[in-house]
Design a protein around this ligand. Structure first.
Ligand code: NAD
Length: 370
């Protein structure tokens, strides 16, 4: 099989979908790997490393899209890439179809097969190709929060760790899933006083067991949320209700209760945000002020730490890429129900119920669509 890795074209996207070791493993299994010139540079991986691993460097993305049976990417295809997709080709990447009807219709029209990272499930029903990016965003939320708490960034002028004789910062983490747990651990490691709020008591029991003593677990309700944001210097929004818009846990009318210059890092912004005043921002202009509160609402946080994110992503995607290349997607989907959950569009048919329902499109089982 010919496996293609084009350079990402989305603004501010520096990740790449394959490491040199992935190219080497595919080549060893008898596949041909085409990598676009400079595809890895944003993650600090020069062409020469792919070359040495057995990949062919191709100067033009069009050549890759024309030749590849399997195209592996990071972000959803951008409008400039839509004309490249074609029948019989498999595209394996993040799509987030439900957020973009034009993209959904373009992929349907292409006649290709779309296997979406974000809907693949593992044996426990979890979403293994989303987890590493939540780990990155959770850890990074504290790094960014610490930066924007600095006075020149319009923050309160607070050092998260405090110093001897001066108390550390108060951090409230709304949602104790993957993002929340990673945020809490990093904040606690820096010495902050941390509260994690969640509605899942079993999850709070687990967090109570594994977190250091400067992390308190609190059941999330309207009263505890208000009490927590009032005392917080930094609030991290990390809630998720699967398949739904993020619940608005902090209202605009609550902001006056917060300390002026406090920071909200609303990681859940990609699902609409859990703070009423949040709106999507970019790495170029990550923050804005509402009622004296700094809001950081970047929708693709992991893109900024591209090298870490590329390695974290490729660690989890490569086993699937190898399966798809070695067996073909139909055989893999037939043998792995979790991967079948990732098959969203096949030859002009929507094969994911949620995507079909979102846009009122007909659903077709992948077996019959193939
Ligand atoms: N901005 C970015 O770059 C970026 C990157 C990665 C993930 N995310 C987003 O971060 C969010 C969290 O992801 P995750 O992987 O941690 O999800 P997760 O499912 O692991 O955790 C979500 C947690 O929220 C809790 N929750 C639900 N309702 C709640 C409420 N009312 N109060 C408190 N807690 C509540 C759930 O019980 C769960 O423990 C998602 O929206 C995800 O898409 C954003």
């Amino acid at each position: 099989m010919i496996v293609g890795v084009p350079k990402e074209v989305k603004l501010d996207e520096y990740r790449v979908a394959m490491l040199p070791v992935g190219a080497e493993e595919l080549a060893a299994a008898g596949h041909k790997v085409l990598v676009e010139t400079g595809a890895g540079l944003g993650s600090g991986i020069p062409d020469a490393q792919y070359n040495a691993a057995g990949a062919t460097i191709v100067p033009d993305a069009q050549v890759i899209w024309n030749a590849a049976d399997l195209v592996v990417k990071v972000k959803e295809p951008q409008p400039a890439e839509w004309p490249h997709m074609r029948p019989g080709q498999v595209l394996f990447t993040y799509f987030h179809f439900a957020a973009d009807e034009a993209l959904t219709r373009a992929v349907i029209q292409s006649g290709g097969t779309a296997i979406a990272y974000e809907t693949i499930r593992d044996a426990k029903g979890a979403l293994p190709l989303l987890t590493p990016m939540s780990e990155v965003a959770g850890r990074m939320s504290i790094q960014e929060g610490a930066k924007y708490l600095e006075r020149p960034q319009e923050g309160r002028g607070i050092l998260l760790a405090g110093v001897p004789g001066v108390a550390p910062a108060e951090v409230a983490v709304l949602g104790g899933g993957v993002v929340g747990a990673n945020a809490a651990r990093v904040a606690a490691g820096l010495g902050a006083n941390v509260r994690i709020l969640d509605v899942n008591l079993d999850r709070l029991r687990y967090l109570d067991d594994v977190m250091p003593p400067n992390v308190a677990t609190i059941y999330s309700d309207r009263h505890t949320i208000l009490e927590s944001i009032e005392r917080a210097d930094l609030v991290v929004g990390a809630v998720l209700v699967a398949g739904a818009r993020a619940p608005r846990l902090v209202r605009r009318s609550d902001l006056w209760r917060m300390k002026p210059g406090a920071v909200i890092v609303d990681v859940a912004i990609d699902q609409g945000g859990c703070v009423e005043t949040s709106r999507p921002t970019t790495h170029k202009q990550p923050t804005f002020l509402v009622d004296g509160i700094v809001h950081y609402c970047v929708t693709n946080m992991p893109g900024a730490v591209s090298r870490t994110s590329t390695y974290a992503l490729c660690n989890v995607t490569l086993p699937y890429v190898l399966l798809l290349a070695n067996q073909g997607w139909q055989a893999v989907a037939a043998g792995h129900p979790g991967l079948a959950d990732g098959v969203n569009v096949v030859a002009g048919h929507v094969t994911n119920r949620a995507v079909a329902a979102t846009f009122g499109l007909p659903f077709e089982d992948w077996h019959t669509a193939a």
